[in-house]
Design a protein around this ligand. Structure first.
Ligand code: GLP
Length: 242
């Protein structure tokens, strides 16, 4: 795994946006994997600046989300599809119809998961996947114990993740859904470039385990040690246990 240590969040965002810009210069219809959480926000802002400045266009891009809460109503502001619409789609020139995510309101969950996998395959796979890292080492919503070969499926969130994410639900842990649909570790591992951003001291233990620990389902992000092209961008506090 390539580790890039930066001084500021802004530097992390610029390095990630450079990689994404390069990809879309080479192939305007490339497939971008997008993540939620606070870690990618700076990247989306930087991509927005470049699109507004005419240096970059995502007009022909296709994008796939990593995960979605189960059961949040269509208009719920924290439904990941809505978060992505606000934090990413609204800032760039991507066609909303080309942004895909797992259906957290599906009646037939296994079928919805299988059809999401098929959509990713039909698009030719993910060229560059943006990832954040949970404090428990999760990527997407693959919590500790997730099979390294897992595919898109329903998962139960750990209480740690629900309390980490309560800040998006007026600090009400009970308002955070218990279940989610998430691309599996096997699904994510098939992307051509995995780009993780993790900043802040609260990520230091996860960064240490994921980068230097054994490859284990107990620290799901460690699966990226097996990936031929994985980059993790960290600031000094997040790198403090390396
Ligand atoms: C959530 C998301 C993950 C994200 C993680 C870290 O649980 N499902 O995709 O990477 O949290 O979030 P943050 O970047 O806000 O620390």
């Amino acid at each position: 795994m390539e580790v890039v240590i930066v001084e500021t969040d802004r530097e992390a965002a610029v390095i990630a946006a450079d990689a994404i810009s390069r990809l879309f210069r080479e192939n305007p219809s490339a497939v971008l994997g997008i993540a939620t959480g606070s870690s990618p926000l700076g990247i989306y802002d930087e991509l927005g600046r470049r699109v507004t400045g005419g240096e970059l266009s995502l007009a022909d891009a296709r994008a796939f989300m990593l995960d979605e809460y189960v059961g949040l109503p269509e208009d719920h502001p924290e439904r990941y599809r809505n978060v992505v619409a606000r934090d990413f789609v609204a800032k760039v020139d991507i066609d909303r119809a080309n942004v895909h995510g797992p259906d957290g309101l599906a009646k037939d969950v296994p079928q919805a998961c299988a059809s999401y996998e098929q959509q990713i395959r039909d698009a030719g796979g993910i060229d560059l996947q943006i990832l954040g890292l949970g404090t428990d080492g999760h990527i997407a919503f693959n919590e500790p114990g997730s099979s390294l070969g897992s595919r898109t499926r329903i998962k139960m969130l750990t209480s740690q993740t629900r309390s980490d994410n309560a800040r998006f639900f007026d600090d009400q842990v009970d308002a955070v859904p218990q279940h989610c649909l998430t691309q599996g570790l096997g699904t994510i591992s098939e992307c051509r470039h995995a780009l993780v951003v993790a900043t802040g001291r609260h990520k230091a233990q996860a960064v240490h385990q994921v980068v230097e620990g054994p490859v284990t389902a107990m620290w799901p992000g460690s699966v990226l040690q097996l990936h031929p092209h994985a980059t993790i961008i960290v600031d000094r506090p997040a790198a403090s246990r390396l």
